[in-house]
Design a protein around this ligand. Sequence first.
Ligand SMILES: *[C@@H]1O[C@H](CO)[C@@H](O)[C@H](O)[C@H]1NC(C)=O
Ligand SMILES: *[C@@H]1O[C@H](CO)[C@@H](O)[C@H](O)[C@H]1NC(C)=O
Ligand SMILES: *[C@@H]1O[C@H](CO)[C@@H](O)[C@H](O)[C@H]1NC(C)=O
Ligand SMILES: *[C@@H]1O[C@H](CO)[C@@H](O)[C@H](O)[C@H]1NC(C)=O
Ligand SMILES: *[C@@H]1O[C@H](CO)[C@@H](O)[C@H](O)[C@H]1NC(C)=O
Ligand SMILES: *[C@@H]1O[C@H](CO)[C@@H](O)[C@H](O)[C@H]1NC(C)=O
Length: 415
Amino acid sequence: MQSYILVLIQIIAIVHDALASSSLVVPVNKHATANSLYSTHAYFNYPQYHQQNLLIDLDAPFMWRSSFPHQEMCEACPNLVRCEEFQCTDLRTTFSYESPLCAPPTNNSMDDEYNYCEICPVNVISPVTGECSQVITTYDQFMFTRSYGGKNVIPHNLYVIYPTVGSTPTWTFDPFPSSVVGVIALSSSPYALPAYLRNPVNRIIALCLPSTVSTPGVLFLGNGPYYLNPESNVDIRSLLSYTELLKHPKAFGYFIGVNAIVIKNRSINVPANATTKISTLDPYTKLRTDIYNDVFRRFSRVTKRIPPAKLVAPFGLCFNTSVNGIKVPDIDLVLQDGKKWTISTANSIKQVMEDVACLAVVDNGPTSEHAIVVGTYQFEDNFLLFNLENSTFGFSSSLLHRHTSCSNFNFTVDQ
Ligand SMILES: *[C@@H]1O[C@H](CO)[C@@H](O)[C@H](O)[C@H]1NC(C)=O
Ligand SMILES: *[C@@H]1O[C@H](CO)[C@@H](O)[C@H](O)[C@H]1NC(C)=O
Ligand SMILES: *[C@@H]1O[C@H](CO)[C@@H](O)[C@H](O)[C@H]1NC(C)=O
Ligand SMILES: *[C@@H]1O[C@H](CO)[C@@H](O)[C@H](O)[C@H]1NC(C)=O
Ligand SMILES: *[C@@H]1O[C@H](CO)[C@@H](O)[C@H](O)[C@H]1NC(C)=O
Ligand SMILES: *[C@@H]1O[C@H](CO)[C@@H](O)[C@H](O)[C@H]1NC(C)=O
């Protein structure tokens, strides 16, 4: 009798946990490509129930993938968005990719097989090559795994969304890592994934990119708590500093206000009208030339005791690490409300060869659109939280200083 009650209590506890669990959790894989791309996966119902890998993109206006299901391939194909529907015009006019390389949107079919107005082709830009192409829009169905209170993965318990997705049967996604078939848009666009999250899963994205290709990092969708080993009782939210996410006209990505860059007590001013974007597609932080030059000068000065090495492209400052290894002063991004995002050696210096390491920051030219584009190398093993419910951005700085990393989520399915 007692054991029966115990089991009952355990079952109630599990059901309670599952209901209380308001976040979804998926692994994030780093690809061994030169430009360090990151992907995650979702489960799709079409053409048949299976898992597909999608490139993580904080900027993309909507999601898209290859393997558009031809009618013969599935019994219950997703519905096509027709060109006279509101979604089609909305996507084409307001929430689309924009590039001078793209032909202006038309209502022409991209494939003779389809009749005029049966389909809604929209332009997409390859985040890897910048090439423009067209996809057909469908009402699709994706699923994500849930987490047990931010600690484990719940078995057989999927969260379903019904997004509008661009699909194509022909696009080969050539420059993508081989297993990746599309783009998961995590931006603030109404056609990106966060917009489809519903109570109790809040429109909150927590992204923790791994620094290694061998162990995945983690993406949470929805409010925390979030836990990483070995401190299984420390909610990562308690380690975060918060600042305001800024709006940018005509962009769906995420912007923050950076007032200054501080290196060893010396402050480099960032002009008040400068914009700072966070990008999952740029491997290294890109600085407009005026800011790059100041950072370069200051960083060279504070590292003048470290023997230099021949430059390795695309970097402008490299060191010979054969004798002493390398440890450099922090680079602090001082944000508009005085909070500091600290970039320490693991995120500022990249070992490019056995005895050469470089400052992993690049010159973005004198007239770049954004003064600062924070690239992925600078936030691997940093926990970033994009809260679209209240437009706040949370960041941890390097988790390595907390003796954990983005590769420490326990993906063991809790049976
Ligand atoms: C496409 O067709 C729809 C319905 O006829 C129309 O409302 C829309 O303006 C057309 N779009 C373009 C770009 O021609
Ligand atoms: C930086 O300034 C603080 C006080 O403003 C001082 O305590 C510290 O020693 C300085 N550090 C360096 C490296 O100069
Ligand atoms: C930013 O301000 C500087 C002067 O403070 C000005 O020269 C520059 O054109 C401004 N840039 C933009 C994009 O407004
Ligand atoms: C680094 O320094 C060591 C010893 O000074 C030297 O033998 C080696 O060739 C240097 N390597 C590079 C890449 O500069
Ligand atoms: C936004 O929400 C998060 C948690 O959901 C909270 O920690 C934070 O204080 C909120 N920020 C503002 C400015 O309301
Ligand atoms: C990971 O989770 C499983 C299932 O809850 C648990 O048995 C295991 O001890 C956890 N591993 C670590 C390292 O915490």
